[in-house]
Design a protein around this ligand. Structure first.
Ligand SMILES: *Cc1c(COP(=O)(O)O)cnc(C)c1O
Length: 381
């Protein structure tokens, strides 16, 4: 389906809403039926009917249809956060006694789910270096039900070969789940490589204005329906209609926002590669990344987040550098209009080998503004 059609026309149903160009926010908890028979029919077909907003809501449905179409998946569930997408999707695929193989150092709350919460229910996880395919094969046991991926991963941006892992998992009847937040469907479509469930923190690029926390789970009609009737309805981590509406607004500009962030990032990286203050850069499309070929095969464009290590390892100097930048906010998250810096020294002790790592997200500012800012402040290191 054509991307512009998806973002501007698909599922808008304007004939139902006075032909309003912007969709309405259907801010209601429940829906009434004129007859008991129609009510009974709705109850029996809850996945496709409007009964109660914990299940379905027209504003949220509109967003789900667009997200599924962008993904090339049969269906999508929107949830209240990326963390909810992770927990709903993973828990939906395991029972007590089952085993998960996960890429090492996944997003922190995915890690928490697999190391702290699931063991309470007798689900164990083995973490592997995902850059080597054979590690997944070796770690899988007869009880393995899920392979959990994040490509590229947070902070150091290691990739996994999605087609190879998906083919292996299928041959063993193992479900593959990927956190695709870094890429979005515009850059990488895991379903095309055979991955079963694709999850997102839609808080990041999809919403992109730093004003909504949201998540998405994309997959086959069968898997999404199963999750809907079980974890989704039970955990109740729904996306409110108003937040879905803000996201519909945000999707209109998704391609142009990604393009701007991507193009600026390449210019900023070109500048940083020539700086004698930088020890190392982690970025999928860097020339010195041993996985650059894989990045070019799997990812349609370079994205806007990377990590650098400064040569200077003095924590007070690093703090001063971060605080002096005028166009970078010190904050978690990413994918919004604003450039961000996340210093590792906020998470580790001064003697940690990673202390000089800085994760940058490049927002929608002019490249020249950002580079001038970096240049001025790197000179003081
Ligand atoms: C932020 C993030 C999440 C969690 O999403 P929330 O919307 O904050 O719950 C998951 N995965 C990645 C890669 C993230 O960056």
């Amino acid at each position: 389906m054509n991307q512009s059609f998806i973002l501007n026309q698909l599922a808008e149903d304007r004939e139902n809403y006075f032909h309003a160009v912007a969709p309405p926010i259907i801010q209601t908890s429940n829906f009434a039926y004129p007859t008991v028979d129609e009510f009974k029919f709705a109850i029996e077909n809850e996945k496709d009917q409007h009964i109660y907003t914990r299940g379905n809501n027209p504003t949220v449905d509109m967003l789900c249809k667009k997200m599924a179409a962008l993904e090339g998946s049969e269906d999508c569930l929107m949830v209240g956060s990326g963390a909810a997408a992770i927990s709903n999707a993973v828990i939906s695929q395991v029972n007590a006694g089952d085993h998960i193989v996960s890429v090492k150092n996944p997003y922190s709350w995915a890690n928490h789910l697999m190391t702290r919460i699931l063991p309470r229910f007798k689900v164990e996880t083995t973490f592997v270096d995902g850059t080597v395919f054979e590690n997944f094969v070796e770690a899988c046991k007869p009880e393995t039900k899920v392979i959990y991926l994040e490509s590229p991963s947070s902070w150091t941006f290691e990739l996994q070969d999605l087609a190879q892992i998906a083919a292996f998992a299928k041959s063993r009847g193992i479900i593959t789940i990927i956190d695709n937040s870094y890429c979005t469907a515009l850059c990488q479509r895991p379903i095309d490589f055979g991955i079963d469930l694709v999850i997102y923190s839609a808080t990041k690029y999809y919403n992109g204005h730093s004003d909504v926390v949201a998540g998405a789970i994309c997959g086959s009609k069968e898997k999404i329906t199963q999750i809907f009737h079980n974890e989704f309805m039970t955990f109740g981590n729904i996306l409110a209609p108003h937040n879905a509406w803000l996201m519909l607004r945000s999707l209109r500009t998704l391609p142009i926002r990604l393009k701007q962030s991507s193009e600026t990032t390449l210019k900023v990286l070109e500048y940083l590669q020539n700086s004698d203050k930088i020890e190392r850069i982690w970025y999928p499309f860097s020339d010195d990344n041993p996985q650059k070929d894989l990045a070019q095969r799997q990812m349609k464009m370079p994205m806007g987040m990377f990590t650098v290590a400064l040569k200077n390892r003095n924590v007070s100097t690093i703090k001063k550098f971060c605080e002096s930048l005028q166009n970078f906010l010190i904050a978690v998250s990413w994918g919004g209009h604003e450039s961000l810096i996340m210093p590792k020294c906020a998470f580790v002790e001064a003697n940690d080998p990673q202390v000089s790592m800085l994760r940058f997200y490049i927002g929608l500012e002019e490249a020249s503004t950002i580079i001038e800012d970096l240049d001025k402040n790197l000179a003081l290191l």
